[in-house]
Design a protein around this ligand. Sequence first.
Ligand code: 5AD
Ligand code: SF4
Length: 461
Amino acid sequence: MTQTSKPAGKRLFVKSYGCQMNVYDAERMADALAPEGFAGTADVADADVVVLNTCHIREKAAEKVYSELGRLRVLKGERAARGLETTIVVAGCVAQAEGAEIQRRMPAVDLVVGPQNYHRLPALLERSRNGPVVDTEFPLEDKFDHLPAPSREAMRARGVSAFVTVQEGCDKFCAFCVVPYTRGAEVSRPVARVLADVERLAGAGIREITLIGQNVNAYHGEGPGGGDWTLARLMSRVAEVPGIARIRYTTSHPLDMDDALIALHRDLPQAMPYLHLPVQSGSDAILKAMNRKHDAASYLTIVEKVRAARPDIALSSDFIVGFPGETDADFEATMALVEAVGFAAAFSFKYSQRPGTPAADARDQVPEPVKAERLARLQERLEQQRQAFNAASLGKVMPVLIEREGRHPGQLVGKSPYLQGVHFDATGTGLRIGDIADVEIVALSTNSMTGRLVGSRASAA
Ligand code: 5AD
Ligand code: SF4
């Protein structure tokens, strides 16, 4: 595949919904189509190929796709009137879950492609010229082996922080969750492949790597000398790649939070003091019904151990309120767990019935107004905790990884180790994107912090 053998000058627009895995996949789809002469555009009206990279996790997320497809159908008609072809692609987890049903509901869709088949995109697009195409198989080959690597420029244009998928899919089967069905069984990428990606990214100036997987701490990829490596071992090796100053990982399951991984938060300077560890509920009865395979006490024990290893760690979580059978007392148990932990950040949702998942058919569904009330209470408390966590940063000096220029001349914007956005004035300092600067936090606003530069360094936080 050379650039010259294909018609050049085509435009690609990708819109991603849902999790970080989808953000990463969107980049890899762009990489897959770059050798075909596709360049990205931020203007959907300008795009020859529009990809909706969809999320199926909650009903709302899935329904958004259809309203967006309605708009795209109009756009396709307008472009056709100007003699321009538009190919509409539905990718991601709705594609996987609904397949041909999407084209039945929305005939303007040319191609439906599941998350395991992005490496086939060029061929699938070609085929879709002759009529609607659906590819939602779980192929035997690994898509990552067939996806072309991005160019140095493409990598750098995406910023100094990059995601690398190390694990995909899930074998845990939480009773509410579609992931085991949309992303399939758990698969870990071999260590050598992950390292090749990290080295390529580091070579392009990327400073921070977030290892991602639906169950990332269940990572068990094949090591270079045979035998499986754990996530802890992989992270230690990634830390040896020159230029990589920060390592994060998401999303973890409490069951796979082993002692070696916890110890890394103490021993590995590049391991950032941030842990996203979804608990979903604080009620043992609900956790059992959710098939979470842990209880509230074991979650709190992990939190204790993690804090013993790294006292300043920022903890983040996911919560579901109104899971079938959730009583007021169950919900209070969730509030009590929140109180006991003190989260720096959190995502919380009303339970959404997902077709094909065990909990969807439960008879004791919680009424919508009850869910709404519980969610409001939970979110209010979590927001207070977030603000308290940020307020505690005031007056502290922290290393900030510089990500971009700010709105004001001389201003730079970056991230603290705790994923807080920090902006500060760097006029005349020569600091650049990708540098790590020591910044004292002097003021807070709702979603960012103002800092004052006190020093800079180029190594780990
Ligand atoms: N309803 C509501 N929230 C859900 N999540 C997953 N499935 C559902 C569902 N059916 C939430 C969980 C998970 C996060 C990614 O989305 O909290 O951790
Ligand atoms: Fe949504 Fe889950 Fe798919 Fe991510 S893996 S896009 S969260 S359904």
